[in-house]
Design a protein around this ligand. Structure first.
Ligand code: ZOZ
Ligand code: NAI
Length: 310
């Protein structure tokens, strides 16, 4: 009985210290990641507004969400097309699009930023949102490689700031890394974890260290594959086949780099090299630099390590 009472008190005080559940989410960036995050948040019953810089981009993002949602419906509701259509319609009803981020952020519970991987631009964005968002609103970045502490540095609400790192393709990948830096409050961390789980993902807790957990292991692995290719030890195709069949990875390192974007990978490596120039794993690659300079960025540009031109 004593145990039950203390457990009840503990559970009441825990829920009282938590912030109210997140109902309205603002996703900033309607690209590869922003559309995926919008989709999973809307699918799980949240009201979501997806923002980008132009009407054309948000419309294209919306079309991408519809295509992806159709794949989910086909798989989940293959024996019940009526329920599938209902799921599709109710998910799309939960989504709004906008190009005025300040207006949207003025009445939202959570902002998830998924814009270009550039510290200066992210800081400017959050600084302007900090002035208009309500007190309770939590800010989160989906950055792959930048310190959350640096992104948050232009904001007053340091305690209501953290990282929510999703994986590509968001509707399929089951993980979200929840990142806290020194100022992130326990309540904020818990709310971000609850949100990650509410959108159907498994969450892991990460400190604000370069690459968090997954990218700190994945990016050096990718760079080691590039160096193997540069030395002429094996072809890109053989390395990919080897890692898929020998290590059970769904994609080889070159397929994955093309999928993520070679420019994104280069940006991450360059940033980490600057932070830690003596670390050989972070050494830039001539081949990666050359491909990016030629505009060969992977699948999105039609060519990278492989050609995707039809
Ligand atoms: C070098 C690293 C540098 C890191 C840089 C920073 C990046 C980051 O910060 C963090 C990251 O995201 S790292 C990337 C993490 N992602 C991966 O590792 C993806 C690896 N690839 C895969 O899992 C599968 O090839 C994949 C799922 C992609 C495709 O699978 P398949 O080849 O079997 O193709 P499908 O048969 O078309 O799809 C399999 C099932 O998934 C469903 N699906 C695929 N895309 C979808 C989408 N966009 N929306 C909804 N559903 C989707 C598809 O329907 C299918 O379902 P089933 O019919 O049940 O099999
Ligand atoms: N590509 C990937 O596999 C992953 C990327 N990330 C991270 O997610 C973020 C977004 O990456 P992607 O979706 O791949 O990029 P993306 O290039 O596909 O999309 C970025 C979008 O942000 C928009 N944008 C730029 N500045 C903006 C602003 N000030 N306000 C509103 N929208 C703005 C752009 O118009 C573009 O549509 C980056 O921080 C990246 O490091 C995280 C996990 C995986």
């Amino acid at each position: 009985m004593a145990f039950a009472t203390s457990a009840l008190v503990r559970s009441l005080s825990t829920s009282a210290s938590r912030q109210a559940a997140i109902k309205h989410v603002t996703v900033i960036g309607g690209g590869l990641m922003g559309t995926g995050i919008t989709q999973v948040a809307a699918q799980s019953g949240h009201n979501v507004t997806m923002c980008d810089v132009s009407d054309d981009i948000v419309q294209k993002g919306l079309a991408r969400i519809q295509d992806s949602l159709k794949r989910v419906v086909k798989k989940k509701y293959k024996d019940d097309p009526t329920a599938g259509q209902k799921f599709f319609d109710s998910t799309m009803e939960n989504i709004r699009i906008d190009t005025n981020v300040e207006r949207v952020a003025a009445s939202t519970d959570l902002v998830i930023e998924a814009i270009i991987e550039n510290l200066d631009i992210k800081q400017k964005l959050f600084s302007s949102l900090d002035k208009v968002a309500p007190q309770h609103t939590i800010f989160a970045s989906n950055t792959s490689s930048l310190p959350i502490k640096d992104i948050a540095s232009t904001c007053e609400r340091q305690d209501r700031f953290g990282g929510l790192h999703f994986f590509n393709p968001v509707p399929v990948m089951k993980l979200v890394e929840v990142v806290r830096f020194g100022a992130t409050s326990n309540e904020t961390f818990q709310s971000l974890t609850d949100f990650g789980q509410a959108v159907g993902k498994t969450t892991v807790s990460c400190k604000d260290t370069p690459g968090f957990i997954v990218n700190r292991l994945l990016v050096p692995y990718m760079m080691e594959a590039v160096r193997m290719l540069e030395r002429g030890d094996a072809s890109a195709k053989d390395i990919d086949v080897a890692m898929k069949l020998g290590a059970g990875y769904p994609m080889g390192p070159f397929e994955l780099t093309d999928y993520v974007g070679i420019d994104t990978c280069k940006f991450i490596m360059d940033g980490w090299h600057e932070l830690d120039p003596d670390q050989p794993l972070f050494k830039p690659s001539e081949l990666v630099n050359k491909l990016v300079a030629e505009g060969k960025l992977g699948m999105k540009s039609g060519e990278g390590f492989y050609s995707y031109k039809k």
